[in-house]
Ligand binder design. Structure first.
Ligand code: ATP
Ligand code: MG
Length: 869
């Protein structure tokens, strides 16, 4: 109902007196209930009918009752009247009488419930009113028997799944003057226009009509459970000790897979705050539930397409946007798998530490580190701790989390200036009305100062060098918004000059200037009119950068396809960056095509224009509204470049023709978290400056390499090749030198009871060299004399072991594989091979004597077997 608020509040005249709707709803607070009750989804479809000062209570009751009870053949749902119980707000006698009149039910069948259940408000002064619910009695299997006339004011928890609430009708009839809590508010009087707002959960009706146990088993959700059963090998509804817990997990999977898919479909990407965090939590809970059901495989590519095929029948964008949705979801699962891997290793270490110290509890700080650094949810830590027989200091964990949250809040406050408490700004707004904001029309105004704040409190003067916040009656300064940096400029006083450091809009309608007194002083009482002047060059740059952002966005979508959607942007004079949902790095060719398309748009000198329209009109027009931006309920501003080529909802300042952007130089692209990329570019003079720097670099290189720019790449390529060849020559000279020692090694063989033993470590030799050398040494000993050659090469600190025997040595019962394993064992590594030649290696050496120790172990084996004969 949020888009309808202005109509309910009487701020705007609705274009129609009545409406019906189907809304996609995400209800995060219900997440813990999912799968445990029969009726709570994190995503559900809410159907409703609305009246804006048109029909009221009686008609709303008639419409609802009619739909719910009319036989299916006549287009109704045919629910049995004997199972239906309306509820009213206990003080709403009018509604009670109407229910009896419309339905013919006896009065005692109408439940009277209190404010908590049946009084609706927005939580702020404004419209409110009593509600009526329609409840369906699912019978004794779902809860105890009850006496309808004795129920209230609260609905007993044990009856909530039995008396299933399917529909809530809100009768907006009162004007609330104060709202202190859900059940504590003051009613100022009746509303001039009475409204109806109803909400009916599609899933709840579906579960009744389809005769299934709960909402997770209806036709648009159950197939996901079926797929999860196939993947995990466990059965839904299997009973037994594990049964109930498993069933909850199956339901969580079916709910969360769908909810997260719908969220991504609407443009949300996983993140650590706000809706991004909700999405991340849903995806991770789905994956984790599958793990608890026994599969460690990648699951979303198996589950989400099932949900897509079901929901895509209604929401076709799931099909057209599937590539993007799948990319985002699957990348998050990948990221979570890595998190689990890294976190599990850290967890194991922490658990071992606690145990070796004789402890039984993981410290709050350890749980916090797991959460903070490895993204380990606390419930995961709790569970893994329990599995290894440990408890967790949960209260310690929670207090650390609380501290962190406080820090984050303080940071956010600090960043936004003193905007934490908006009361002071509201007071200015109430007294003087909204700022006359003329940033689109002019760069300078004569203005009157209205209020001055320092450190969040009103002050009357600022001395030279001091910083404060100034409110003017009118201003040409652009306040930071929509990714565009605030304007820079000055405010001239009769008695001095202010530099504008920042411009914000702390509350809707009010613009504030953060200023520093660079000259003289600012005295609120004494000062006459001020002259506010935006820095012209700054604004020109800002317009170029903001229009440039739209151009890059349109080019991006032209090159990558419409699923590449901006998720955030920032621009200031000369520079822009744009974040967008995309999973793979862009290759250089895509990047230069984006740059080319952008520059063609500049050269085509496309007209840039803007106009106001309603949000539905803007959407109709193909304007891109960015998810998460809040737009005015009334008129929105659509900026277009080259007609339909680029249409975006935007309040920024723009050039008049695309050629005025001057230059657009894309400087690179990078990753910003999973499923999100960033592209950066320079515009205007900055673009030229960037290119000039590059040219300067080329000049330096051509001078250094004594060549022309066109030959530069060839020249550097040649140099790189020559270095490579030289390195290779050095390497082979070294190998030759190494191999030359074969003769010496063979001559100096030690005799162990008739076996010629050569055990050497060779500095600087890798596996290949060592092998060649070992075979060479072996070949230099007469074939009838048993010989064992064991060499340990050490290159870059890593050992490579080769053992080679001749036939005569094998005839003595020696095997190269066994010997190599012994050597590698000493080095902490692995090895193996045949009876004549075997090789292996180990991790980086931890001491210089290790190769000798490994050789000594092999020598001892050879000596033993020789003696044993
Ligand atoms: P409950 O007490 O069962 O949680 P509610 O009082 O929160 O319900 P309302 O806020 O009145 O419900 O929402 C209107 C309708 O939306 C409900 O009658 C129900 O049909 C549906 N609904 C509400 N929450 C959910 C949910 N989490 N999942 C599915 N449907 C829901
Ligand atoms: Mg609820």
């Amino acid at each position: 109902m949020v888009p309808f608020k202005p109509y309910f509040l009487g701020q705007e005249t609705p274009p129609w007196p009545r409406a019906t709707s189907v809304q996609k709803c995400i209800r995060t607070p219900d997440i813990e209930d999912v799968g445990k009750t029969t009726r709570h989804g994190t995503f559900f479809e809410m159907c409703g009918n609305f009246s804006f000062g048109d029909y009221f209570k009686e008609r709303a009751i008639e419409l609802a009752w009619d739909l719910v009870t009319k036989p299916v053949a006549d287009g109704g749902w045919g629910l049995e009247e004997s199972r239906l119980y309306p509820s009213v707000y206990s003080e709403d006698e009018e509604a009670l009488e109407l229910w009896v009149k419309v339905t013919g039910l006896p009065r005692e069948r109408v439940l009277r419930l209190g404010r908590k259940e049946n009084y609706w408000s927005m939580g702020v002064p404004g419209p409110g009113g009593p509600c009526s619910e329609i409840l369906y009695d699912r019978g004794p299997a779902y809860g105890p028997d009850f006496d309808p006339s004795a129920l209230g004011p609260d609905m007993p928890v044990e009856l909530e799944d039995r008396l299933l609430e399917v529909w809530n009708l809100v009768f907006m009839q009162e004007d609330l003057s104060a709202v202190r809590s859900k059940s504590d508010f003051d009613i100022a009087g009746p509303l001039p226009h009475k409204n109806i707002d109803t909400g009916m959960g599609l899933e709840r009706i579906a579960l009744l009509l389809q005769g299934v146990e709960n909402m997770y088993e209806i036709d648009t959700m159950r197939p996901v459970i079926d797929r999860a059963e196939a993947l995990t090998g466990r059965r839904y509804g299997a009973g037994g000790d594990q049964g109930p817990a498993d069933d909850v997990r199956f339901r969580v999977v079916s709910d969360h897979v769908r909810s997260s898919m719908m969220l991504i479909g609407d443009g949300v990407t996983p993140g650590n705050e706000g809706r991004g965090y909700v999405l991340r939590r849903l995806l991770r809970r789905a994956v984790r539930s599958m793990r608890l059901l026994g599969t460690e495989d990648v699951v979303l590519p198996e589950l989400m397409p099932v949900s897509r095929d079901l929901m895509g029948q209604t929401y076709s964008e799931l099909l057209t946007d599937w590539d993007r949705i799948a990319r985002v979801a699957y990348a998050e699962e990948e990221a979570f798998r890595k998190t689990l891997q890294a976190g599990t290793a850290i967890f194991d270490q922490a658990a071992a530490q606690v145990k070796s110290g004789g402890g039984t509890q993981l410290a709050g700080s350890q749980a916090f580190a797991l959460h903070d650094t490895y993204g380990f949810p606390i419930d995961l830590t709790l569970e893994m701790a329990a599995e290894s027989g440990l408890s967790v200091d949960e209260s310690g964990f929670r207090s650390l989390m609380g501290e962190q949250r406080e820090r984050a809040k303080a940071d956010a406050r600090a960043k936004k200036g003193q905007h934490a408490d908006t009361g002071i700004y509201r007071a200015v707004l109430d007294e003087h009305g909204p700022t006359d904001w003329v940033a689109y029309e002019t760069l300078s105004t004569e203005s009157r100062p209205l209020a001055l704040f320092s450190a969040g409190a009103p002050v009357s003067r600022l001395g030279e060098g001091e910083v404060g916040e100034l409110v003017l009656d009118r201003t040409p300064f652009y306040a930071e918004s929509g990714g565009q940096e605030a304007d820079a400029g000055t405010i001239e006083l009769p008695t001095g000059r202010l530099e504008v450091l920042d411009v914000q809009r702390p509350v809707r309608g009010l613009v504030t200037h953060q200023v520093r007194v660079v000259d003289g002083e600012l005295d609120l009482g004494a000062t006459g009119p001020l002259h506010a002047q935006v820095d012209e060059e700054w604004r020109t740059g800002a317009r170029q950068a903001h229009s440039g952002t739209h151009v890059v966005h349109a080019a991006l979508r032209e090159v990558l396809g419409p699923s590449a959607l901006q998720s955030g942007s920032y621009n200031r004079p000369g520079y822009l960056r744009l974040d967008f949902g995309w999973n793979a790095a862009l290759d250089p060719e895509q990047l230069s095509r984006i740059e080319e398309v952008s520059n063609r748009a500049l050269r085509a000198d496309l007209p840039v224009g803007w106009q106001y329209m309603t949000l539905p009109e803007a959407k109709e027009w193909g304007a891109i509204a960015l998810f998460g931006e809040t737009y005015d309920a009334g008129q929105v501003r659509v900026v277009e470049i080259g007609g339909p080529w680029s249409r975006e909802l935007c309040g920024g300042t723009h050039v008049e023709h695309s050629s005025q952007i001057g230059t657009l130089v894309v400087t690179g692209e990078s990753s910003v978290g999973s499923g999100s990329r960033r592209i950066e570019a320079y515009t205007g003079v900055e673009g030229f400056a960037y290119l000039a720097r590059e040219r300067d670099l080329v000049t330096q290189l051509t001078t250094l390499l004594k060549t022309r720019p066109d030959d530069l790449v060839g020249r550097v390529g040649d140099l790189v090749e020559r270095v490579r060849v030289a390195e290779k020559e050095i390497e082979s000279a070294r190998t030759a030198q190494l191999l030359a020692s074969a003769g010496t090694f063979a001559e100096q063989a030690e005799d162990l009871d008739g076996v010629a033993w050569v055990g050497r470590s060779v500095e600087g030799a890798g596996g290949g060299d060592v092998r060649t050398l070992a075979l060479d040494v072996r070949g230099r000993v007469p074939a009838d004399r048993p010989v064992v050659v064991a060499l340990v090469g050490v290159k870059d600190d890593k050992p490579a072991v080769v053992v080679a025997l001749n036939d005569a040595a094998q005839a003595r019962g020696l095997a190269a594989g066994d010997l190599v394993r012994t050597a590698c064992g000493v080095l902490g590594g692995k090895g193996g091979g045949k009876a004549d030649v075997a090789q292996g290696g180990g991790p980086a050496l931890s001491g210089t004597t290790q190769p000798d120790e490994a050789l000594a172990a092999v020598r001892a084996l050879v000596a033993d077997s020789a003696r044993a004969r």
